[in-house]
Design a protein around this ligand. Sequence first.
Ligand SMILES: C[S@@+](CC[C@H](N)C(=O)[O-])C[C@H]1O[C@@H](n2cnc3c(N)ncnc32)[C@H](O)[C@@H]1O
Length: 217
Amino acid sequence: MKPHPVFAFLYDRLARAAEPWEGQFREELCGPAAGMVLEIGAGTAANLRHYRFAARLVAAEPEPNMRRRARARLSEARVPVALVAAEAERLPFADRTFDTVVFSLTLCSVQDLRRAISECARVLCPGGSLRFYEHVRSDRAGIARWQDRMEGPWGFFAGGCHPNRDTPGALAAHGFEVRLRRFQPPVPGGSLMPHVIGEARLPAPHALDASPGRSQP
Ligand SMILES: C[S@@+](CC[C@H](N)C(=O)[O-])C[C@H]1O[C@@H](n2cnc3c(N)ncnc32)[C@H](O)[C@@H]1O
């Protein structure tokens, strides 16, 4: 991944400034994350202090400047944590390694959304939980069109972010059962950048096997 020192600096500032309203969502996202936890695209580690129950947290971040800033915050962690260089599309972990995978404002930025979701499904244990906090494509047609027009310039200034992704739709298309809440962030222009917070799980294999018309092995 190409280094983005200026974006890492600005993003860190913005994330710290947003903490008064965003902290509650980071808490809701990470607070319940339990067992072996993988956060993908951990950025400058804005979520770190919100993890309470993880037996072990692996924070994966491919961008070196983000990672350097994250490393400086590792002492804030209340759980054992390892910071690693890794991309969502190529996770260096064995199948079924994690109980929980966390995405926080990251699925908007990955290069290949489908591959990132597929890798996440691979490393999750059966019954594991994918927890997400993301900004997504608006369900209002006019705003979605505006997001489509903004995709190029926005991505240029915002580290390759795509403001118009239907991330919940992509999770559902992969077979995840998705539960989420939509909200507008309480900032100027918040309606242009709708957010979702929620959880997704893959149905248990035996539930699939028992479905009508499905042949047994
Ligand atoms: C908007 S920042 C969010 C950072 C952090 N998760 C947070 O909530 O503050 C997006 C992050 O995704 C990372 N990212 C971009 N492409 C990625 C990829 N293919 N795999 C993993 N992380 C990626 C970026 O380096 C950046 O740290």
